[in-house]
Design a protein around this ligand. Structure first.
Ligand code: GLN
Length: 447
């Protein structure tokens, strides 16, 4: 009830939600509380916890729009695996959060239903694409949320809104029911108020899923057990100089530096490392992500899902009018870029080359992780920018992902967490990157 009232109160300013749970939410909450009073709390410790879900994750019976006209009225007939797992633990879905259309963007301004605003300053963006989830957590509109991260979409909005966000190892969490953007990069993860909550949620959503052939059959530890340790002895932390170069706001550099000092005081050994391929990451990502997106979004043809073009004289015309009317400008731009990169004659020069560079980026990290256990970097080059500041120049927008996308290309886990405030009163985040399936070590340092 308190969360419901809180949402009523702040939503006119924040606009974190696309769809809110209806009256049935309060009814279910009341019922769950009754049950838990009868002692059910033992079997379902998360009974009635209100959680928000990014609106590109399928929820049975609740609209899943991807912030697109294309899916404006799409009600999935099934739950994503992560949603089914949350429900099984007693979580209640309090609503579906805003995002950049099909998760393509870094500011949540690409939503067909209007932007979300940063709760710390409504003139600023909350980041993206999971801007609605991060803003909802920051503004107390839910206990926690799920986002998806293809190139930074959990970590960047978490950093800009002053909350915690984890992008798990590729394959750690099932993607079944996540509307695909770039299948080799996408991963679902928690956005929470603190590291402990992120660990609790990862416990719930992680694990192999027969419905997702890319989910990994690696045992899931109890992530919360790491909180028993209060020191970082024997943990080696690498600081890549390429991430502290030109373009980084000095206030962010300073805040991350102070945090590194704290980690050192807790016993960690800090050393400089090199990730020489860093400069190629943005170009590599925007070739691979757009190529995969152009293929994944081919399914929106006016026949099988969602929108059907208003009038059409034949099948080709139906495809054209549907896609013309259903997709926004950024989605169209990416479909065109991706189609070009995959087309005959260009495939080798663009997509093929990007895949080769992706391997080099991965090898950079493999080499670094022979020397260190964790890598600490900034999440973003600047604190939250103003609405409209980067919309006219897509390249500027793409460059704001510079510190997050290598992690997706290499399939690694990484946590964003708050480490200070700028002089303008906006949150600053830091990133902790770990070896594949070593989320535990990341949580230990983050906690
Ligand atoms: N901002 C990046 C992009 O626009 C990442 C998005 C994401 O992680 N979904 O592609």
């Amino acid at each position: 009830r308190a969360y419901d009232l809180r949402i009523n109160h702040v939503e006119p300013r924040v606009h974190a939600y696309i769809t809110r749970a209806g009256k049935e939410f309060l009814a279910a909450a009341a019922e769950a509380l009754d049950e838990s009073l009868k002692g059910w709390r033992k079997t379902q410790p998360m009974m009635a916890m209100p959680i928000a879900i990014k609106d590109n994750i399928c929820t049975e019976g609740m609209k899943t729009t991807c912030a697109s006209r294309m899916l404006e009225n799409f009600v999935p007939p099934y739950d994503a695996t992560v949603v089914a797992k949350l429900r099984a633990q007693g979580f209640l879905l309090i609503g579906k959060t805003n995002l950049d259309e099909f998760a393509m963007g870094s500011s949540t301004e690409n939503s067909a239903f209007g932007p979300t605003r940063n709760p710390w300053n409504p003139k600023c963006v909350p980041g993206g694409s999971s801007g609605g989830s991060a803003a909802a957590v920051a503004a107390d509109e839910c206990v926690a949320a799920l986002g998806s991260d293809t190139g930074g979409s959990i970590r960047q909005p978490a950093a800009l809104c002053g909350v915690v966000g984890l992008k798990p190892t590729y394959g750690r969490v099932s993607r079944y029911g996540l509307v695909a953007f770039a299948s080799s990069l996408d991963q679902i993860g928690p956005i929470t108020k603190d590291v402990a909550d992120a660990a609790i949620l990862l416990n719930v959503i992680a694990g192999h899923d027969p419905l997702d052939s890319t989910s990994a059959a690696v045992p899931v530890p109890d992530y919360t057990r790491v909180f028993k340790r209060k020191d970082l002895r024997k943990v080696r932390i690498g600081v890549p100089m390429e991430y502290f170069a030109e373009g980084l706001d000095p206030q962010i550099e300073q805040a991350v530096g102070v945090a590194l000092g704290e980690l050192q005081e807790l016993g960690a050994e800090i050393k400089e490392i090199k990730l020489p391929m860093t400069g190629a990451a943005v170009a590599t990502y925007y070739l691979i992500a757009t190529a995969e997106a152009s293929s994944n979004l081919a399914r929106y043809d006016g026949v099988r899902f969602g929108l059907r073009g208003s009038s059409s004289k034949d099948l080709l015309d139906l495809y054209l009018t549907t896609r013309q009317e259903g997709f926004g400008p950024e989605v169209k731009r990416r479909i065109m870029l991706g189609t070009y990169a995959l087309s005959a004659g260009y495939y080798e020069a663009y997509y093929g080359k990007a895949q080769a560079v992706r391997t080099l980026i991965k090898q950079d990290f493999q080499a670094a992780f022979k020397e260190v256990d964790l890598i600490v970097t900034p999440v973003t080059p600047t604190p939250a920018f103003k609405l409209g500041e980067k919309t006219a120049d897509p390249l500027q927008m793409y460059l704001s992902d510079i510190y997050t996308i290598s992690v997706n290309l290499a399939g690694l886990p990484a946590l964003a967490l708050p480490c200070g405030l700028s002089s303008t009163g906006l949150p600053i985040g830091m990133q902790i990157i770990g070896r594949p399936f070593e989320e535990e070590t990341i949580f230990r340092a983050g906690y």
